[in-house]
Design a protein around this ligand. Structure first.
Ligand SMILES: Nc1ncnc2c1ncn2[C@@H]1O[C@H](COP(=O)(O)OP(=O)(O)O)[C@@H](O)[C@H]1O
Ligand SMILES: [Mg+2]
Length: 484
């Protein structure tokens, strides 16, 4: 009998690429309208013929999740007419016994709702709205969920996103800058068994970019969508239409430039190649204390014009974003002394001024952190913690004059500062300030250093002329939004 098949959904070429990947983790998208959510929903269906299969798809909030669920009503019901959806439990039950759940995690603690659970397939839609902690926690839940004789399930993780959102930093680092798109990234993990045997294991992951140009179905169904994306303000357009990871909504330091072509001549870039610091320049040290979150220590050299150079740093993070080394104040003091003895730019130099997060002087538990460090002759003065003036000092110092010279530059060896500063975004609650849920420790520490040497407002010559403000009277405020 020649029965005609009714096609409900057919992957488009980029979706095929994503759905064929053998890697344990794959990230799909990086721009709006590329067919990400559809691809993720369909991917979750792949093993529903296996009775013990369990899949879960996450969004950050319930309303967002509802949009996915509503799309699943069509896709899942049309492809599996006997499947049923239970709205209370947010779960699809398939005739084989397989299940696909919908879950949300808004706060880090929400991850514990999944304690003790197991899933073969874990999907994160808009993964940049999740923290690294939530994402990594779910790795421990990705394991076989049972047994069906003769039928094995595959365990793997899939995610989609746009280049925006709080988690953009870790997602960018994990998938986008780690390797060229469409190439497998390998992590080597060494495990010591209780028997003392050392085993080396490997994990792989990949980023498959897609944009609205890869979604012909959407372009046919809604030609206006492209026009909508194209008419967004420049930064949003670059991110959502073209998938740029360097230009996104809410970035605080849009004037930040890291141009390796100019590391040597030090023009039009904030990151530069190290040089020998003249002996008569003063060197200062600043600290943002952290234990479970990273601490940050920075050393700045100040020239005769008051220009500051961040010449060295020690950032206390474990290698996982925003997770601290958990070292005690006395160890921190010792580490600082070691650094000042051995670092090529610091050894033999007098540190003329030291400022720290004023919280380290807090004596509520008896001895303050500053007291403990003082015993090892590492002294601090309380930094000025006025947040908005401190942030404005960043803008004034980052502004380029007509020769491309800013009042602050960073040695390219200060890797963590260079990684974190461009990722800072504005807070939803305090729109003038940065979002303090981000990795902001080196930002704070450098802010204390700036506030010891405040400078007057400077206009950025790279700022576009605002047609509503041809005389540039709002320059300082305008810098925030300019993208040159
Ligand atoms: N393979 C496909 N076949 C038909 N329609 C599709 C396909 N992929 C995506 N679409 C449709 O295109 C639109 C955008 O897709 P969606 O997955 O929501 O994109 P994104 O999540 O990347 O913004 C939706 O209406 C979706 O149903
Ligand atoms: Mg989507």
């Amino acid at each position: 009998m020649n029965q005609q098949k009714r096609v409900i959904w057919e992957p488009q070429p980029k979706q095929i690429e994503f759905m064929q990947r053998p890697e344990f983790e794959a990230l799909y998208g990086g721009a709006a309208g590329g067919g990400k959510s559809d691809a993720l929903l369909i991917e979750a269906l792949r093993q529903v013929h296996i009775p013990h299969y369990r899949g879960i798809i996450f969004r950050d909030t319930v309303p967002q999740l509802e949009a996915l669920i509503s799309r699943s009503m069509f896709l899942y019901k049309s492809s599996n007419p006997k499947a049923t959806y239970n709205a209370n439990e947010k779960v699809w039950k398939f005739p084989s016994g397989a299940r696909i759940f919908f879950g949300y995690m808004q706060r880090d603690d929400d991850r514990y709702n999944y304690q003790g659970k197991s899933y073969d397939f874990i999907g994160f839609d808009e993964v940049t709205h999740f923290s690294f902690l939530m994402y990594m926690y779910m790795f421990s839940r990705c394991r076989p969920t049972g047994e069906t004789p003769g039928m094995k399930t595959r365990q793997y993780i899939r995610a989609t996103c746009n280049p925006e959102g709080k988690g953009m930093g870790w997602v960018k680092e994990r998938f986008v800058t780690a390797a060229k798109p469409n190439t497998t990234i390998w992590d080597k993990v060494t495990v010591l068994t209780p028997e003392g045997q050392r085993i080396t294991l490997y994990r792989d992951r990949i980023f498959i970019p897609s944009t609205v140009f890869d979604n012909k179905k959407l372009q046919e169904a809604d030609p206006n969508y492209l026009a909508t994306l194209a008419s967004l303000p420049e930064a949003e357009r670059e991110a959502l239409l073209y998938g740029s990871w360097d230009s996104f909504q809410g970035q605080v330091f849009r004037e930040w430039k890291n141009d390796s072509d100019h590391y040597k001549d030090r023009r039009w870039t904030h990151v530069i190649e190290p040089f020998d610091i003249p002996l008569d320049w003063k060197i200062m040290r600043s600290l943002d204390w952290g234990y479970s979150k990273p601490f940050s220590v920075g050393w700045n050299a100040v020239d005769h014009e008051g220009k500051m150079y961040r010449i060295a740093e020690w950032y206390g993070c474990t290698g996982s974003p925003n997770v601290g080394l958990q070292i005690e104040p006395s160890q921190l003091a010792q580490g600082i002394k070691d650094m000042e003895e051995h670092n090529e730019f610091l050894k033999g130099r007098k540190i003329y001024h030291c400022v720290a997060d004023p919280a380290i002087f807090e004596k509520s538990t008896g001895q303050s952190i500053a007291d403990i460090m003082e015993k090892q002759r590492v002294y601090w003065n309380p930094g000025d913690n006025k947040r908005i003036p401190g942030k404005m000092q960043y803008h004034y110092r980052l502004a380029f004059d007509k020769y491309g010279d800013p009042m602050f530059q960073v040695f390219n060896t200060c890797k963590h500062f260079i990684r974190c500063i461009p990722l800072l975004i504005y807070s939803d609650k305090h729109p003038e300030d940065i979002d303090t849920d981000m990795e902001d420790h080196n930002y704070d520490e450098q802010r204390y250093a700036f506030m010891e040497n405040p400078i007057a407002p400077r206009a950025n010559v790279l700022t576009k002329i605002d047609l509503n403000d041809p005389l540039n009277q709002r320059t300082v405020e305008y810098n925030r939004f300019s993208h040159y």
